[in-house]
Design a protein around this ligand. Sequence first.
Ligand code: WT7
Length: 633
Amino acid sequence: MKITSFPEYEQAYKKSVEQPEQFWKEIADNFLWRKKWDKILNWNFTEPKIEWFKGAKLNITENCLDRHLETMGDKPAIIWEPNDPTEDHRVLTYKQLYDKVCQFANVLKNNGAKKGDRICIYMPMVPELAIAVLACARLGAIHSVVFGGFSAQSIADRILDAECNIVITTDGGVRGDKKIPMKTVIDDALVRCPSVKKVIVLTHTRTPVSMIKGRDVWWEDEIKKVETQGNKEFIAEEMDAEDMLFILYTSGSTGKPKGVVHTCGGYMVYAGYTFTNAFQYEPGEVYFCTADIGWITGHSYIVYGPLSQGATTVMFEGVPTWPDAGRFWDIVDKYKVNIFYTAPTAIRSLMSFGDEPLKGKDLSSLTKLGSVGEPLNEEAWHWFDERIGKKKCPIVDTWWQTETGGFMISPIANVTPLKPGYATLPLPGVQPILVDEKGEEILGNGVSGNLCIKFPWPGMLRTTYGDHERCRTTYFATYKDLYFTGDGCLRDEDGYYRITGRVDDVLNVSGHRIGTAEVENAINMHSSVVESAVVGYPHDIKGQGVYAFVVCPNQHGDQELARKDIMMTVSRIIGAIAKPDKIQFVTGLPKTRSGKIMRRILRKIAEGDTSNLGDISTLLDPGVVEDIKAGAL
Ligand code: WT7
């Protein structure tokens, strides 16, 4: 299933369009199925209904673990680097990982978990997070991992939406010099979540926690029980290809995050296929993805993709700049990392520290680099290429989304000719098209438009949990018979794709997706706020920063305090990741006569470009614009 030359890529691409079912059948044959499919693909984008490998039976963990045991049991599956570099790292071989996953699947079973249950996982980047994810999959429970940076309120919303009955967490977490009281946050969340019957708590930081009798149990105690029972194995649950594997919440243009649903068969095939191809993974290579498993990148390219391909995947608990800005390079040096996959915001941030943190770091093991999350600007591309890759490592700029499950538009390392700033060409099986506002296809090269996909691929979302209509309206109703990505895109003279950013009300802050409506809702919760409007503005490190215009008439004079109060509110409601970078107090917002906020004007002001605000004559009160301009930050 590996493509090794550009002509092979072109051939594979052609086949994937002309005979998609045959194409994906041959890829799927590389995986372990208990029973093969009755039909490769059923689909329509109207309902939408998407089924890949229907009727096939499998368990993804047999593909990630069991099938490697005989040939690679002693090879490292996960290398874990702790936050504190003076503490011991951990290596789990495939056999050890297998044993731990079986053990923990037994723990889940002892605690009442069954196939189809939803289990919320809220953990820092420790190996047990990967173990918990895989144990859920082995048992057939649907995992919903919530990123450690979300607030109690956000977690509660996600637990309620999915009606989770079990939560897996740790006493605490550490990132750099910050401590996160994970269990306390869960306790706050669970006040609102009667569906949760069990909380399994891993000891990690030895932070004091309150354990509620009958509900909360220690991970270690439960493992001991399984050992006493003598249960070493856990026979993997047989799943249909279209059974749900996981839910992952993501933001859109409305105030409420939605639970993107991925299923077992198609997702597995897609994550494995794209991992092997884009990175041209070779047996024995050490692969390091710096993402958190709380995001889709970690699901697909720390856990499922690499493990399904028998790769060695590095998991890092900490942050790139602690104890200093050389941390990633220390890790590369320490484990002789070959493939390094990170985010533009991290590259830009590390770039700003200059060459000092690179001194004395041996990066010669690196052969391939990757980037994801937002456009990789040319300056950062060149720095990554020269300083990190020493001009000998291809950079795979992978464009994809939580909803796509895996890479969509991406170079294949050492196969696709690169162009800085470009995600280059669609992978086989991916049929992008550009459309105008009306949904008319924009043909030819050297054109820009809204990026859509016109044919299904195995890794695509199937629904949004508990609300299929929302899935339809969000992704399949904007343009008839197309999946709409929400991104703007340029196709240049050579047919190369360059993603230009979101065209909906979604911000991309340090690669994190944040809905402006969500932030506005949070700000509006603050007692003295009347209303607010949130837009993005260009930010050197984060890509986009959050700019909030807030109407707050009854402040008691101290603007700084009022700003801090609002920040605190956003942290409480969503999480620290959504805190505005700038808050401007205004007397009113620019609205049309029908009451619609003219974000276009606010965006211009936030960008610092007030020379041409366009037509403002339709505004109810054009005067507010002058006030806002005068007070711009
Ligand atoms: C949005 C998806 C997919 C994992 C990380 C984020 C932006 C993602 C790129 C890229 C330009 C990119 C898009 C996309 N994006 N990768 N290589 N070049 N933009 O996942 O939270 O689902 O966000 O991230 O705007 O729609 P996500």
